[in-house]
Design a protein around this ligand. Structure first.
Ligand SMILES: Nc1ncnc2c1ncn2[C@@H]1O[C@H](COP(=O)(O)OP(=O)(O)OP(=O)(O)O)[C@@H](O)[C@H]1O
Length: 306
């Protein structure tokens, strides 16, 4: 369990984390989302005792990180890929960590196997591909068999198979009753992996909610309709708050209405429907919509000078 209470971090004039209060619960994967510069990494560093809060506090499994007698057994972390000595092999990196934390050597072999690094474990870590380095980072996080894992962008550099593997790994860790807190910019992947979301923007909490609820909160009720008489149906559907767009063929996209209403209206007008589908917003659409005001660096679209 991770409990942030009025957690705040200021760097000079910059309020990187602003009065964040949230709880990350065990037994599910919690995604940590926010636009660039929102304060995710800063929050994660404070969870792990690598940065001190300006005010407020964050507890991991009931205590500040630094107060745990065997922190590696409480919290496993992946903050940056390649945060290991490049000249040391993956095996020796893990072995050195295990020795200083009272973790048995057999556990090193276990995590190497678990993350699929067996073939590369003796190679110097500096020569590992980004994907392999990411796997070593995950092995490091899991070494102490921790109750809580905190992972900053664990999917960076992984190929499709690696991404699917991490998805299963995170879900399995959560199913074992662990607390899994993971940031990622890959929204489609988060939608598949996480059950809960903490969303921040400019250091402030935007949402602390289930993934489905987060998407539903901004779902504008878009319905796709295929019909034999699109123009006639469009004329009947249009009205205050209802937006109908027509693709020129037999399909209409209707915002601001429902499948029930459209179905009944079509039946009353004796218009044949070929398809009537409520379209759910994607997590990415919901995210863009709900963090729009909190984007720190917005790309400006400028015309190309002629
Ligand atoms: N050591 C520091 N000194 C000064 N400002 C910092 C420092 N670390 C972070 N910041 C600033 O604090 C804000 C939050 O940064 P942080 O890296 O936590 O965001 P993030 O959500 O992890 O971003 P990204 O998604 O781009 O990784 C940013 O404006 C950043 O420039």
């Amino acid at each position: 369990m991770i409990e942030a209470r009025a957690l705040t971090k200021r760097y000079g004039d910059k309020l990187a984390v602003d009065n964040l209060t949230f709880t990350v619960r065990p037994g599910m994967v919690t995604g940590f989302l926010g636009p660039n510069g929102a304060g995710k990494s800063t929050t994660m560093r404070m969870i792990l005792g690598l940065d001190a809060p300006t005010s407020g506090a964050v507890l991991v499994n009931g205590r500040p990180y630094a107060e745990h007698a065997a922190p590696l057994r409480e919290v496993g972390a992946l903050l940056e890929a390649r945060s290991f000595h490049p000249g040391r092999s993956a095996f020796h990196h893990l072995l050195a960590l295990a020795r200083t934390s009272g973790i048995p050597r057999s556990r090193v072999d276990d995590v190497i196997e678990a993350v699929g690094l067996s073939g590369a474990a003796r190679r110097r870590a500096g020569r590992l591909s980004l994907g392999m380095a990411q796997r070593l980072g995950l092995a490091t996080a899991l070494l102490g068999d921790p109750r809580t894992v905190v992972l900053d962008e664990p999917l960076n550099g992984l190929d499709t198979e690696g991404i699917r593997w991490v998805r299963t790994l995170l879900r399995d860790l959560a199913a074992e009753g662990r607390t899994v807190f993971v940031s990622s910019h890959l929204m489609n992947e988060m939608a598949l992996t996480a059950q809960h979301l903490i969303v921040i923007g400019q250091g402030r909490l935007i949402a602390d909610t289930g993934v489905a609820e987060f998407i539903r909160a901004r779902d504008r009720g878009v319905v796709r309709v295929r019909t034999t008489h699109p123009e006639a149906l469009a004329a009947r559907l249009s009205g205050p708050g209802v937006d109908v767009s027509f693709d020129g063929g037999e399909t209409l996209t209707v915002a601001g209405s429902t499948t029930d209403r459209i179905g009944r209206l079509a039946a009353a007008a004796r218009i044949t429907l070929l398809e009537l589908t409520a379209q759910q917003a994607s997590l990415e659409e919901a995210f863009v919509d709900q963090t729009r005001d909190a984007v720190e660096y917005r790309a400006l679209t400028t015309g190309v000078p002629s």
